[in-house]
Write a protein of this length. Structure first.
Lengths: 123, 310
């Protein structure tokens, strides 16, 4: 994990821990589709941003009209992997609750239209 | 206009890291509300550090933040010294108080003495000032803010944030159970509807989101009456009677594992189902979750000129 110290405060140890920027070093994770068109597929999620949707640009394509062309994006953040709805028409449900974004946790179920994915952390 | 609500700390009493709490999170109270123009933070428990680190990642140019503290118990203030944006001279933060007798600012800043912490408050690089909520007429950037006294040892304050037609209410820490109009019957017969005092129904009435202290499950509460926190199931009665749309149960007890919180929320959903068919959305507040609310009505102009886009 790399730290990017603020130059202005580099000299003072008591200040340094205040301004450290953490790197992003989450282990690769797996997204397993457990429901909907394409059920049974598994996808590895790593440092590259992943787009889930119905459109041509989607990395994980779901062939369903209930899924927006660019429905959610999953990207690595300091705390792990963050999923963010892209103002989709039908929204994104995390374990049954509509959210705009969330840091994912092992076992989470993500509903995107009629497709459901399960998130699995590497352990 | 979009309003984003982010949970950065949902644990009560003391930070509780570890495998048992990894899903709902172990950081203590911190909730963020922001629009394109206004940043509001409710409480500064250890989750405030996470918020601050995220703000660094957002690469904000300069920030004006509005800080509201329900009270000054450790789990609501001890993240403040670890909040990186207060070390940035470009930033300004207002700490809201209510009247001359409110000691929030003194107690918040008083924790930054060398006996407790290596950096003195006077060494912070950002501008951090006390501001009286009444003196600004409750107007805080894009939000109109109201407050309400809560039931907690030493006192606490709840806040209601209105922006256009969206209403978000934050009630922590708060023991609603000892204020119930049918307090004893509700303890003896938990299935009975609980009679919520009218002032709380008025305050939370019609909220799009109620974030409230529901630290205890029913059985736990019986051993902790008078400790200043509510039964989670009592929040269901409040939310239903106040016609709240969505209830986030927060301030999870440090003894509760993720599975315990799941069980607490299942009990809340069963209660909602039995009382009113379960139309109310109920969930356990969880670190890292963000909700979005869209308002169709733009608030009146005249907000704080120091605001910077987030």
């Amino acid at each position: 994990m790399g730290n990017d110290w603020d130059d202005e405060t580099r000299g003072s140890p008591t200040r340094q821990f205040m301004v450290a920027r953490s790197g992003k070093s989450a282990r690769p994770a797996v997204l397993r589709q457990v429901q909907g068109p394409g059920m049974g597929r598994t996808f590895l999620v790593g440092e590259q941003e992943v787009i889930v949707g119905r459109g041509e640009q989607a990395d994980i394509k779901v062939d369903s009209l209930e899924v927006s062309r660019r429905h959610v994006v999953i990207r690595q953040v300091r705390a792990g992997y963050r999923i963010e709805d892209q103002r989709s028409r039908n929204g994104t449900l995390l374990n049954g609750v509509r959210v705009h974004a969330a840091v994912l946790s092992h076992g989470d179920k993500i509903a995107i239209g009629d497709a459901v994915f399960e998130f699995e952390e590497s352990r | 206009m979009d309003i984003f609500v982010s949970f950065w700390g949902t644990r009560g009493s003391i930070p509780t890291p570890g495998f048992r709490t990894s899903r709902f999170g172990g950081n203590t109270a911190c909730l963020e509300l922001h629009t394109n123009n206004t940043l509001v933070v409710c409480d500064g428990g250890s989750g405030m550090r996470e918020l601050g680190l995220d703000m660094l990642d957002r690469n904000l140019d300069a920030v004006t933040g509005h800080l509201f503290f329900s009270h000054t118990h450790w789990d609501h203030i001890q993240g403040f010294p670890f909040f990186p944006p207060v070390y940035d001279p470009r930033n300004t933060f207002y700490v809201y108080t209510s009247g001359p007798d409110d000691r929030t600012f003194e107690l918040l800043t008083g924790q930054m003495k060398s006996d407790y912490f290596p950096v003195e408050f006077s060494e912070l690089r950002a501008r951090v000032e006390r501001r009286d909520l009444d003196a600004v007429g409750g107007r805080v950037g894009d939000f109109q803010v109201d407050s309400l006294a809560l039931n907690h040892p030493g006192g606490a304050t709840g806040f209601r944030f209105r922006c256009g037609d969206v209403k978000i209410v934050y009630l922590s820490d708060h023991e609603l159970d000892t204020l119930l109009d049918n307090r004893q019957q509700a303890l003896d017969s938990p299935d009975l509807p609980r009679q919520i005092p009218q002032r709380f129904l008025d305050f939370a009435g019609g909220a799009d989101l109620l974030v409230a202290d529901g630290q205890y499950g029913d059985a736990e509460y019986l051993q902790r009456v008078g400790w200043g926190h509510s039964r989670a199931t009592t929040l269901v009665d409040l939310a239903l009677q106040a016609k709240v749309k969505q209830l986030a149960v927060t301030h999870h007890d440090p003894m509760q594992s993720d599975e315990d919180v799941d069980a607490k929320i299942r009990a809340c959903r069963r209660r909602a189902q039995s009382l009113e068919g379960g139309r109310l959305v109920i969930f356990g507040a969880r670190e890292g979750v963000q909700l979005r609310f869209e308002t169709g009505t733009f608030p009146r102009s005249g907000g704080d000129t120091l605001e910077r886009p987030l």
